[in-house]
Design a protein around this ligand. Structure first.
Ligand code: 7GP
Length: 828
């Protein structure tokens, strides 16, 4: 039975009756749909079209089904009127959509059958799709996983983001160096989005603020100097095992018709058009640096553009059904994904004050009830600061509001802590100095009811270091929700054979929605039959090998994978030094000892921010070392090193299922959580890791004995750093660094600064201090790998214990403890 529609029931039933006819999922209907789209959407003859055209027709047929469910979900939400979550993020790393969508809609096999009768293979067409890379790294992929969980768990949520025309740069490696190429991902059209030409909002910039009297009360009026139009592009996000389909609404900039009318009269017609065109640049490019905020005007413009359009949309939706803003907090929860969207605080305040005329106290009361904030870093460089001058010129009214919020806060604070000027200065939203800055983290903490960290350790660091002053003031605000990833994409889509195996042994597919069931695998952890099948499954390495290309690798090698953004704190350098050490040791072994060596294929992949010189040197070092090792016939296939260029979601989907061992080497206290480790763990890949971020919680879930842990703990780190030049590093470490310095791999001048950075006394990330313990963990991994039964059992136990790290669990915690929203399930 379909939805009930009140008075419109009859009309709606007739319409949905028609839809039913259109959107049947039997092979014949699907084929007809696909061919219709070939003929009328792609505009190719249905008798002659290639894989690429078939992909587009297929994608449109899938999209039709998405749209139907999305409409039904919207109607249902509108009828029920639940509190909604608005998830604001400047970054979403969605990757490809096709495979994930058909799986969530439950029509994968039907489409595959229909296609095969048309002479096409689903997998081949799926390869035609490019990645949507509208984000940098962990934070952005987390948003994508969370959208999947929000839809699957039936939460009434909307994601808001920016529709960048250029996603994260494509990494091209030329002679071992990273080069960045623009990712104009919309080149061939994007079948997964729906342009909403009628959903547009004006966004204002620059100008002046004046006082006006209205009904005897003074009001601020912002007269902008520039107006740009925001257009909505909707990307439906289907839940799994539910009809619910939510939306990710991305904003694109286009020139506004409201403005610049004069220039048309003065004869500057061409200039005026060129100026209009410039408006579009606001949403044109994703900033590729996840380490620091540059204080660039365009970036601030981008952020405000996104925030203003989203806030207008949210308030419009509220006002469609409500008159009184007192009810706003009962209907609206706004989640800030890091501080990037935190201008939303000042924007909502501005709308409530200047447009809705609520008065300061009422407006402030609402602000304090609706916003929550999650921070994704522990590094103070990554904390966003906006120069006051920049803010004052671009957003003059917002600067006033932020000053007012700060004034009130400072007055209150003085009463609470007295005249402790250092602490007052640290907690102020305004940072004094040569350049005055607005501290967006302070603004967020002061205005949000909840501040979340992304792992238990992260919260500890927030409390004791990063936000200590604030924690002491408001301990109740600080919480954590350990990150999670979606098992739909990271097992069901990317590792279908493991998915089938798990379902077979658990006797159900229910774990795809209810991840806690995975624990049931523990009961079979020593079962010989499962071991046999699991080992076969792990042998999927073969797939990986084929894609690695020219490097000849041994099939019984251990596939050792290290994939993530290149950062000093993530210590790819430690891995490379370890590889050099392994190479050097093998070279010095006699024939007999060499027989005992476990062959390794080391895979490294990741992008460096374009301006991050040291990270780029690490990539080059990886290539020169690979060049040397891979061409050394003397060691044959005992050791290989492969750098996979252009790491993105699709590459991750390929390597994660094939990995035996994965590395997570951050210096303890630097990785807020880490999420790739969760994907590896779910896929039964063993972890070689430091006790950092969410790894600490993994130890509790899968047991220390099933992981290879090493290195200084968070508590050790300060003392080690303090030692400076007196810090002890092992001889092997000095030896491998010396090899690089001496030009063993060439380019000794080029690598000098890299070597200097890890010299004792200089080695902030403790590569030398952790080296001995790293080698021990590697040796333990080799030893375990030889014992096949032990390794297989460990692998099964890793997957079995990975349930906690599903984003379903994370989202449910957020919903219940932070956002106060309830599931709202659309009848199917
Ligand atoms: C990352 C963190 O580095 C990572 O530890 C965490 O798992 C992930 O967020 C998701 O919470 N941070 C970013 O990607 C980032 O851009 C700058 O942080 C604010």
């Amino acid at each position: 039975p379909r939805l009930e529609f009140g008075e419109e029931k009859i009309k709606a039933e007739r319409m949905f009756g028609l839809m039913d006819v259109f959107l049947k999922n039997d092979p014949l209907s699907l084929q007809k749909d696909i061919l219709d789209h070939v003929e009328f959407t792609v505009a190719k003859s249905r008798f002659n079209f290639d894989d690429f055209e078939a992909y587009h027709a297929l994608a449109h047929s899938v999209r039709d089904r998405l749209i139907e469910r999305w409409h039904d979900t919207q109607i249902h939400f509108n009828r029920k009127g639940p509190k909604r979550l608005y998830f604001l993020s400047l970054e979403f790393l969605m990757g490809r959509s096709l495979s994930n969508t058909v799986i969530n809609l439950g029509v994968r096999d039907q489409f595959a059958d229909a296609l095969s009768q048309l002479g096409f293979e689903f997998e081949v067409l799926a390869e035609q799709e490019g990645d949507a890379c509208l984000g940098n790294g962990g934070l952005a992929r987390l948003s994508a996983c969370q959208m999947d969980s929000l839809a699957t768990l039936d939460y009434p949520a909307i994601g808001y983001g920016l529709r960048y025309q250029y996603g994260l740069f494509r990494q091209v490696i030329l002679d071992g160096f990273q080069h960045e190429q623009p990712d104009y991902w919309l080149n061939f059209g994007n079948p997964w989005e729906i342009e909403r030409v009628h959903i547009t909002y004006p966004v204002k910039f620059y100008g002046t603020v004046t006082d006006e009297v209205l009904n005897k009360e003074k009001h601020k009026v912002w007269v902008p100097g520039e107006v740009v139009e925001a257009v909505a592009y909707d990307n439906p996000i289907p839940g799994y095992g539910t009809r619910n389909t939510i939306v990710l609404r991305l904003w694109a900039a286009k020139p506004s018709d409201q403005h610049n009318m004069e220039s048309y009269n003065t004869g500057d017609y061409v200039d005026a058009v060129v100026n209009r065109q410039r408006a579009e640049s606001i949403s044109s490019i994703l900033y590729p640096d996840d380490r620091s905020y540059q204080g660039k005007e365009l970036q601030l413009k981008q952020r405000y553009f996104f925030v203003s359009a989203s806030v207008q949309d949210i308030i419009r939706r509220f006002k469609d059904t409500h008159k009184n803003f007192n009810e706003f907090p009962e209907k609206v929860a706004l989640q800030l994904n890091d501080t990037h969207p935190s201008l939303a605080i000042a924007e909502v305040m501005r709308v409530l004050l200047d447009e809705e005329h609520l008065g300061w106290n009422r407006a402030w009361d609402i602000i304090c009830k609706i916003f929550s904030y999650t921070t994704h870093t522990v590094s103070s460089e990554a904390m966003e600061k906006i120069p006051v001058d920049l803010m004052g010129s671009l957003l003059p009214r917002h600067l006033q509001i932020i000053y007012d919020i700060n004034f009130n806060f400072m007055e209150k604070l003085k009463k609470m802590i007295g005249l402790d000027y250092d602490r007052l200065a640290r907690m102020s939203i305004v940072e004094e100095g040569a350049v005055k800055n607005i501290r967006m983290a302070n603004l967020s903490i002061i205005c949000c009811h909840t501040v979340n960290g992304v792992s238990r350790l992260h919260l500890e660091l927030l409390k004791t270091k990063v936000f200590r002053d604030f924690y002491e003031l408001w301990p109740h605000k600080f919480h954590y929700k350990t990150n999670g990833v979606t098992q739909r994409r990271w097992i069901v889509v990317s590792n279908p054979s493991l998915c089938a195996l798990i379902s077979k042994w658990l006797g159900t597919e229910a774990w795809i929605r209810d991840i806690d069931l995975l624990i049931g695998l523990r009961d079979h952890a020593t079962n010989a039959e499962l071991h046999q099948e699991w080992k076969m499954e792990l042998c999927n390495d073969l797939m990986l090998v084929c894609t690695i290309g020219n490097v000849q690798v041994s099939l019984n090698a251990m596939f050792d994978v290290h994939t993530k953004r290149i950062h000093e704190y993530k210590r790819q350098l430690l891995n490379i030094l370890g590889i050099i050490h392994r190479y050097d040791s093998i070279k010095n072994m006699n024939k007999n000892d060499r027989k005992k060596v476990v062959p390794r294929v080391c895979i490294i992949s990741g992008k460096a921010a374009p301006g991050y010189e040291i990270a780029k040197k690490i990539i080059k070092l990886c290539h020169v070392v690979a060049e040397k090792i891979n061409n050394d016939n003397d060691i044959g296939d005992l050791l290989k090193l492969v750098f996979i260029p252009d790491y993105n979601v699709s590459v991750a989907e390929l390597v994660i299922p094939g990995a035996d061992l994965s590395q997570h080497l951050s210096t303890a206290g630097h990785e807020a959580s880490g999420t790739s480790s969760m994907k590896f763990l779910m896929n039964g890949c063993l972890l070689l890791a430091t006790e950092d971020g969410s790894t600490i919680e993994m130890i509790e879930e899968v047991g220390r004995e099933n992981m290879f842990l090493f290195g200084a703990s968070v508590n050790d780190v300060p003392a080690l750093r303090e030692k400076g030049p007196a810090l002890k590093v092992p001889l092997q470490f000095l030896r491998v660094v010396r090899m690089i310095r001496d030009g063993h791999f060439g380019l000794k001048d080029y690598f000098k600064s890299l070597c200097d950075k890890i010299e004792t006394g200089n080695d902030y990330f403790l590569v030398g201090a952790d080296f001995a313990s790293y080698l021990e963990a590697q040796a333990a991994a080799d030893k375990a790998f030889v014992d096949e039964d032990r390794w297989t059992q460990m692998s099964i136990l890793c997957a079995a214990g990975s349930g906690k790290f599903s984003s379903d669990r994370t989202i449910q915690e957020y919903a219940e403890k932070t956002w106060g929203i309830q599931p709202c399930r659309c009848p199917s």
